[in-house]
Design a protein around this ligand. Structure first.
Ligand code: MN
Length: 504
């Protein structure tokens, strides 16, 4: 049970452009050099998918065929295009118009150094990507097709790194377009920012968001066997420092929590759903608001968010996929409290229960039980920990701005708390937002960004930038260079740009 490896079987297709003008000998060299580049990228260890070299593309028909095949193949998550020679770009129009997968334009060449003493006309004919890539760049821009551009010699580690980052965004896009989000209950009453247009979400991100009755979840929880529960409790004991009372006189509460986790996982898997939300206002006959179970859904790779906030659940799933195999994780996070002490300005983020320990913890996470003031249910079991310090972490929020979605990202540094927080019975993270708490918060509020975010400690800003570009969705970033007037002006420009570019 549980989710498989989301990268399994996925590929990046490598399209090399040329034309028939140069003759067979040259084209043989084109193919050999292209193979060299693909092999080098594959050996770099920085791209978590095979880069699959396809036959050199030389004319309009074969380009169109390639693009249709790439678009239709469920294993192909993105296309890297490189013009080895000059490939007249009108030949690419029909094909590019068919492409439905993310595109990366690689601007590289085979030789590192110009052969100063031997360079002749033959060499120049063969090695002219500087020329060919500009022709290709023109047509992609003219067609208004979004792509990532990576420039540099193919042996430069940064080139493979950037392709690798983009490929993770492609996997996130692939996961979005196959995602089913299971809603147990509607959105929390009267909350504005967690609402949104689910039909539009399917058009923009490909995510299918639907509701299932909470009592169906109750049935799934009740159907869990005692053996499964015992096995899971053994796993809890290995992974977490379990509070003695949970193994003593409050053992029943632990059993309930484990049963709820298994019920949620069974129901998600039975329906092919990879993300979920619940709502403490609508728990039906569930005994506890899911705590440890919700946290472990995220830890296992599912999307999850509380209070019916399916948009954040979508991002947690995407974040989990994009960061697959890396140190760290993706989690629901919520801004809770500021520390205004001069020189120590920070934000304490947490949630009632639902924070993912895969974000990284200082100590072994503790499994504890405490009362919860809201929801009117039994005390929930939850994993309690402090997220360990890390630089270049991001929090990303999604807001529905009526006719479109807006992503807002803050680059932050997770830091150590200034005190023990020993009385706080929830998982938490403390971070210093860039460029400062004041500028970050003012910008965040100006953008109308949400109080719920997806925090990723596995992947940073670039993968989210690549993802937003692929999705064609606005991403406003608050980082070390942000000033409030410039940010406000950027938002105004974005308002115009995204309205002009909306599909209706
Ligand atoms: Mn909340």
């Amino acid at each position: 049970m549980s989710l498989g490896n989301p990268f399994e079987g996925k590929e990046i297709w490598f399209a090399v452009g040329s034309q028939d003008l140069y003759g067979e000998d040259t084209l043989r060299e084109v193919a050999a050099q292209s193979k060299d580049i693909a092999d080098t990228l594959n050996a770099s260890g920085k791209i978590p998918f095979p880069v699959v070299l396809k036959p050199t593309l030389k004319d309009s028909d074969s380009i169109k065929e390639f693009m249709i095949a790439a678009s239709a193949d469920p294993n192909c998550i993105g296309v890297v295009a490189w013009m080895h020679t000059f490939s007249p770009a009108k030949m690419w129009i029909r094909g590019l118009e068919q492409l439905k997968k993310p595109l990366l334009q690689l601007n590289t060449q085979h030789h590192l150094e110009i052969p100063w003493e031997t360079m002749d006309m033959d060499f120049m004919n063969l090695n002219q990507s500087a020329h060919g890539d500009r022709e290709f760049g023109y047509i992609v821009t003219r067609l208004g097709i979004r792509r990532k551009i990576v420039v540099g010699h193919y042996t430069d580690p940064e080139v493979a790194e950037k392709i690798g980052t983009w490929s993770r965004a492609c996997a996130g896009w692939d996961a979005a377009n196959t995602m089913k989000v299971m809603r147990w209950g509607d959105n929390m009453r009267n909350v504005a920012v967690t609402e949104g247009d689910k039909t539009e979400a399917e058009r923009v991100f490909g995510v299918s968001v639907n509701t299932w009755p909470v009592n169906e979840l109750v049935d799934a929880v009740n159907a869990v066997t005692d053996d499964e529960v015992k096995e899971l409790i053994e796993e809890y004991k290995k992974e977490y420092d379990v509070a003695p009372e949970l193994l003593g006189d409050r053992y029943d509460s632990l059993v309930t929590a484990a049963r709820e986790e298994l019920g949620m996982r069974h129901m998600l898997d039975a329906n092919g759903a990879t993300a979920a939300v619940d709502n403490f206002e609508d728990l039906g006959a569930l005994h506890q608001l899911p705590g440890v179970g919700a946290q472990r859904l995220m830890e296992l790779g599912y999307g999850f968010s509380a209070e019916g906030d399916w948009k954040t659940s979508v991002m947690v799933r995407i974040g989990n996929v994009m960061g697959y195999g890396l140190d760290g994780g993706a989690s629901l996070m919520e801004d809770y409290s500021y520390n205004w002490v001069p020189g120590k300005e920070k934000i304490l983020g947490s949630h009632m229960l639902e924070v993912n320990p895969a974000l990284g913890t200082v100590d072994k996470p503790k499994l504890e039980i405490h009362p919860l003031g809201i929801g009117g249910k039994e005390d929930p079991v939850r994993i309690v920990f402090t997220v360990k310090p890390k630089k270049d972490v991001v929090v990303v929020s999604m807001a529905d701005m009526r006719e479109r979605f807006r992503l807002v990202m803050n680059v932050v540094d997770v830091v150590e708390p200034d005190g023990s927080l020993k009385a706080l019975p929830t998982p938490r993270a403390l971070w210093a937002p860039r460029p400062s708490l004041k500028v970050s918060a003012q910008s965040w509020l100006t953008a109308g960004a949400a109080h719920h975010t997806c925090m990723t400690t596995s992947v940073g800003r670039e993968v989210w930038e690549d993802f937003a570009r692929i999705a064609g969705v606005e991403l406003a970033t608050i980082d070390e260079n942000t000033t409030v007037p410039q940010f406000e002006q950027d938002l105004r420009v974005n308002e115009v740009f995204y309205r002009l570019n909306e599909k209706f």
